[in-house]
Write a protein that binds this ligand. Structure first.
Ligand SMILES: [Zn+2]
Length: 233
């Protein structure tokens, strides 16, 4: 096995490890993110509270209507009971009864409005509860899928780490340290495959001498432009 090939093989393993670890971080971030369910929960409890308030208002308007009806009955009982005979007092009672009936109309309108508000709040609560149940089910499914993917990735990474350890054993410490340095400088890619006569990482054309050098099994040739180790393939 040539030196460039050993480093190329190490690069392939590291790229797979980088990809796997990157995906693991994404999965962890998604698993830690409960925003969608939290938001749906908040909306559902807000709708629930609004419904409770609307029902209380309706109850109060019903009580007001009933109390007004009692007042009207009492006034009419006095008016027609025969105990009041004074015409002025009778007139007052008649006026009061008429005023009470007018206000009853207003109270009944308020009751109707409150009833409509309850019906609307019920619809909103139902929609919010349905959304919550849908979002929760979707979230549960997504989590199951992500946890399965996470387990599989963790196994892949363990296997790749063992392979990586074996791959580094046959690489000299100097080559390995150059490789690690280039990985840091060149966004994780230290070894570039030669594609016809071009560095596949940066796209630069390679001179005939460099192409020749990249085929040497014991010597590491590096791209003039990006400095990466070249692997002729
Ligand atoms: Zn290059």
């Amino acid at each position: 096995m040539s030196q460039p090939f050993k480093l190329f093989r190490l690069q392939q393993l590291d790229s797979q490890l980088d990809q796997g670890r990157g995906r693991l971080r994404e999965i962890e971030a998604t698993l830690n993110d409960n925003a969608a369910v939290n938001q749906a929960q908040q909306r559902s409890s807000a709708a629930d509270e609004e419904l409770a308030t609307a029902r209380k208002t309706l109850h109060r308007t019903e009580e007001n209507v009933q109390a007004q009806q009692v007042k009207i009955e009492q006034t009419e009982a006095a008016l027609y009971g025969g105990r009041v005979r004074n015409p002025k007092e009778l007139q007052d009672l008649q006026n009061e009864s008429a005023a009470l009936k007018r206000f009853l109309d207003t109270l009944e309108e308020r009751q109707l409005e409150a009833l409509i508000a309850v019906e609307e709040a019920e619809l909103l609560y139902k929609a919010a509860a349905e959304t919550l149940s849908k979002v929760t089910a979707e979230d549960k499914l997504l989590r199951q899928q992500l946890i399965a993917e996470q387990r599989s990735l963790q196994q892949d990474i363990k296997r790749l780490e063992v392979e990586r350890q074996a791959a580094t054993n046959s690489i000299s410490p100097d080559d390995l340290s150059l490789y690690e340095k280039l990985r840091q400088l060149r966004r994780g890619v230290a070894v570039a495959k030669v594609n016809v006569n071009v560095c596949s990482a940066c796209g630069s054309a390679l001179s005939a001498a460099l192409l020749q050098a990249s085929r040497s099994p014991n010597h590491l040739a590096r791209c003039d432009s990006c400095g990466r180790i070249l692997y002729a393939g």
